[in-house]
Design a protein around this ligand. Sequence first.
Ligand SMILES: [Zn+2]
Length: 209
Amino acid sequence: MGGIGSGRRGQTGKHVTDDYRTLDVRRWQRDGYLTQGRAFSWQWTRNGEMVASIQVRTESDRVILSYRQRSGGGEWKDERYPVRLDWTPCTFGGRRAWFLCAARGCGRRVAVLYGGGIFACRHCYKLAYASQRETVDDRAARRADRIRDRLGWEAGILNGEGDKPKGMHWRTFNRLHAEHNDFVNASLAGMMRKFGRLGVGLDDLLDDR
Ligand SMILES: [Zn+2]
């Protein structure tokens, strides 16, 4: 299984999340991570164990992501690239942060980036997804959808997570949630590999690095 490996140590502001590999700029803004000069580590865990992490450094109008990843059991590769930030005014004052998707030719303003080999917006993932025949990661997406159905969550792995259904035991929920996230990660990693097979290498996918 491909994915994102551990990054360098020595950063401050460790944060742990159980979500699958998404980056939510609203959360970073709320928690003060978007202050210029901040450096922090963002980690994903499962059952208390770290399964992935990235290092993030905040500059004035962008964040620099760095992490190691490999796909399909290949060589580990160091990734390091900027994701630009954009700001829009809020109705009641202040401003709201957005990511500008770093995939070449995209640049969409989004709140959430999805991680496979690289972090890109859901539109980019859907493009990759729609462009290929069914493969193992489509099966993973369907399995995730079956769990989503049991949990009463909206179908579609890019639609985020819902709550525990009423009447379901927490243990059952936690198990299904973990299985769901495994399938989502498998599917996202597969989708990002497809970018490579579309004649767009991951190296080409990113501008400016
Ligand atoms: Zn995009």
